[in-house]
Design a protein around this ligand. Sequence first.
Ligand SMILES: Cc1cc2nc3c(=O)[nH]c(=O)nc-3n(C[C@H](O)[C@H](O)[C@H](O)COP(=O)(O)OP(=O)(O)OC[C@H]3O[C@@H](n4cnc5c(N)ncnc54)[C@H](O)[C@@H]3O)c2cc1C
Length: 420
Amino acid sequence: MKTQVGIIGGGPSGLLLSQLLHLQGIDNVVLEKHSREYVLGRIRAGVLEHGFAKLMREAQVADRMDREGEIHDGFYIAHDGVKDRVDLKGLTGGNSVVVYGQTEVTRDLYAGRDKLGGIVIHNAEDVQPHDLESDRPWLTYRQGDEIVRIDCDYVIGCDGFHGVSRKSIPKDRITEFERVYPFGWLGVLSRTKPVSPELIYARHERGFALCSLRSQVLSRYYVQVPLTDSVEDWSDDRFWDELRSRLPAEVAGALVTGESIEKSIAPLRSFVAEPMRYGNLFLAGDAAHIVPPTGARGLNSAASDIYYLYHALVDHWPRRLLAQGARPRLERPALLVVDDLAAAPFPRRQRLRPPHPGHRSGLPVLVAVGAQVAGGELRGPAFLGPCAVDWRRQATCRLSPGPRLKSTEPHWTRTFRAAT
Ligand SMILES: Cc1cc2nc3c(=O)[nH]c(=O)nc-3n(C[C@H](O)[C@H](O)[C@H](O)COP(=O)(O)OP(=O)(O)OC[C@H]3O[C@@H](n4cnc5c(N)ncnc54)[C@H](O)[C@@H]3O)c2cc1C
């Protein structure tokens, strides 16, 4: 198999990058070690910063998040029996956070990938990257008895802290900084009304506690526990008693308890590896850095990595296309009908406009030259070909230096039909 970008890991980082690249016509394959059910069974982040939410919208997978996610303009810090509010919106010039579970984010990303026919290979065992320093890196994975090879231009390691990507970098080419804390977070998910409409981070001599939520009927609570504890040590009753003891009386009195529907202990660590690049391997998300969940930042930092990687890859490819005469795959085809491409810069055309909002300068658009569109068909002596446009400067360049393609050529005809 051959692809442009091989992504290791089908968590939020890998799926988000895959979706964004796909929308820009960049081929990619995601290799995920576990089944989809397993990935969706992990209960983790719940607080999305505005930058993450924006990226979900750009990836066209934000409808449910915008509908069901809760906008929070602030949170509380509880200490010494009182709670103080931090006005996020006021202090950041208008930014809020969206409370929407990571599980739901992942579910929406999977739905987005399925809708576009994205390739996510689950249960890919023993994924191994090869020749990362060459410009033709490749991946292998095992499926049953078969070893499958994927050739790619770039490998992106989105496989979390325990993944294989970072471990593939020679020790003398990467520096790791780590602090492991002597405690973990015991988390409980319960189908109960949250104790507070905004998150409460509680400091207490018995240890930290957090009152979080996923919706108005789904609460997520945490208490700090020694690393030596196991989930079996904590009955639901013991958990609720401990949580109450760490909250101001007024909050503890209002706490609605119920049966836990998920209970787990997350060890806490701070970790950074740098640089995040080795040859043609790039690390993103938890593969490169971990922050303790106290700051609700891990997923948001991952999204920031994806933002920069995605833009760098998109900026990179038109030049490669030009060099190779390759045909971009336009999954969300962008069509411009112009009078005469040869007579640059389009003397008789109207002002060029991006075919859809967010279409970045330099990305391929499909240009129908001298064409008339009638009844959804291209009529007249037209040629079709890929072209890059700088929307701001209204400048264009041909991406395919080879002979122009006739409108009857099957690939472009199909793409043209999809675009109109
Ligand atoms: C209790 C808890 C609460 C948190 N709360 C927040 C919060 O409120 N806000 C926030 O921003 N962050 C939070 N985080 C952090 C957040 O969950 C992570 O930062 C986020 O999951 C990182 O996403 P990722 O895709 O980079 O890595 P992961 O989610 O770890 O995904 C990596 C994927 O790679 C796969 N994989 C691993 N090894 C291989 C391999 N060898 N081959 C193929 N696939 C492989 C894994 O199965 C997994 O699906 C929290 C974390 C925890 C534990």
